[in-house]
Write a protein that binds this ligand. Structure first.
Ligand code: PLP
Length: 393
């Protein structure tokens, strides 16, 4: 008998983490696996951030922090919102959490009642749908395709709205597609949302700085949106601080207060040392991390050029994040080295088993025609991996 709760039994395992675990397992068996499945920068944390963390240890930042984060960290976040996004958030509108993942979980738990619908333009980040379901919300996927650069149009948004729609969640730059919504496109969505004042927006901007076109726009800055947008961000991607687990939100005060109340019963304040280090990260000029963004840009171009040589890979040009999301549906129905490829999961598994390259099936992101390839890997690894992919196709 299964004694676990229905809640956990009905939850999917994070596909990206599952793929990483499988790749690690094969590696430990001696297979030469190249992992392109994780959303993790392959850079070291910049030294000035490490120094701040060491200093925090010596300064005895060892007690519980305030649940919503140290006041001076929240001030640094407020300054960052102002500097980078033109957004004014007071300290009572900011909550620091254990990664943006916890920020998102807090939001779902405090905003959703059973049956509330959450519109997710697909492809969406892998955890959105299970976080929404955990809070008894209903994910409503809006399929986009490579033809619209994987962006949801205002018409699609309008059509997806029902009397039960409570929120819309999206990331820009997008994981997994790398798409970036420009001001005009956000304004287009806002035109629809202004007709529905009870719909709230989660704007996940964790890839904000990894933007090759420049000009990141926050939807909270669009007319009429500030009072119903929760802006989510964190230090995992831009500062290569994935393991340090710091994310944060800027939100209407009543939402921030509710998140703090919820977090106070679950985890309390985020890790004290990591919070202190985050002050250093956010106070530094964006130019201090430009070397990483330039490198991602170079790799994006390399990966697009190399994958573009493989017949059957249909690619758009992602403008941010560090993923490409090729449509590989042209392979469906084909048999490769004895394996029948019926869907993106079969294709991704085929690449793992035959090319020893770990990718993630698009099904995990709500798009069954694509796979996600992370280029947060060295140029050497990328060349080798794509060479192998080409060879087994
Ligand atoms: N949002 C998006 C779009 C992501 O890609 C990720 C990480 O992969 C997260 C949130 C979670 O980030 P964190 O490490 O801050 O929990």
């Amino acid at each position: 008998k299964n004694h676990l709760s229905n809640r956990i039994n009905s939850m999917a395992t994070s596909a990206t983490l599952a793929m990483a675990a499988k790749a690690r397992e094969l590696k430990s068996e001696g297979k030469d696996i190249i992992g392109l499945s994780l959303g993790e920068p392959d850079f070291n944390i910049p030294d000035f951030i490490k120094e701040a963390a060491k200093q925090a240890v010596d300064d005895n930042y060892s007690s519980y922090s305030p649940v919503d984060g140290y006041a001076d960290l929240k001030q640094a976040i407020a300054n960052k919102f102002k500097r980078d996004n033109g957004l004014t958030y007071g300290l009572n509108q900011i909550v620091v959490s254990t990664g943006a993942k916890q920020s998102l979980a807090n939001i779902a738990m405090v905003m959703l009642n059973q049956g509330d619908e959450v519109i997710l333009p697909a492809p969406y980040w892998v955890s959105y749908s299970d976080i929404v379901k955990l809070a008894e919300g209903v994910p409503v996927e809006v399929a986009t395709s490579i033809d619209t650069d994987f962006k949801m149009t205002p018409e699609q948004l309008e059509k997806a709205i029902t009397p039960k729609t409570k929120m819309i969640w999206f990331s820009s730059p997008c994981n997994p597609s790398g798409s970036v919504y420009n001001e005009e496109e956000l304004e287009g969505l806002a035109v629809v949302l202004r007709k529905h004042p009870n719909i709230f927006v989660v704007s996940d901007e964790i890839y904000e700085h990894i933007n090759f076109r420049g000009g990141h726009v926050s939807i909270a800055n669009i007319d009429g949106m500030y009072d119903r947008t929760i802006t989510v961000n964190g230090v995992s991607k831009a500062f290569a601080m994935t393991g340090w687990r710091i994310g944060y939100i800027g939100a209407p005060e009543w939402i921030a207060k509710a998140c703090t109340k919820f977090q106070g019963q679950i985890t309390s304040g985020a890790n004290a040392i990591a919070q202190r280090a985050t002050i250093a990260a956010l106070e530094a000029p964006v130019s201090s991390i430009k070397y990483m963004i330039d490198e991602f840009h170079k790799r994006r171009d390399l990966v697009l050029a190399l994958l573009g040589e493989i017949k059957g890979f249909n690619l758009n040009v992602p403008e941010g994040a560090f993923y490409v999301f090729p449509d590989i549906s042209g392979f469906f129905g084909k048999t490769l080295n004895g394996s029948l490829i019926n869907n993106a999961s079969d294709f991704s598994l085929y690449l793992l088993e035959h090319a020893n390259v770990a990718t993630v099936t698009g099904e995990a992101f709500g798009n069954p025609n694509c796979i996600r390839i992370s280029y947060a890997a060295s140029e050497k690894e990328l060349r080798e991996a794509i060479g192998r992919i080409k060879a087994v196709l």
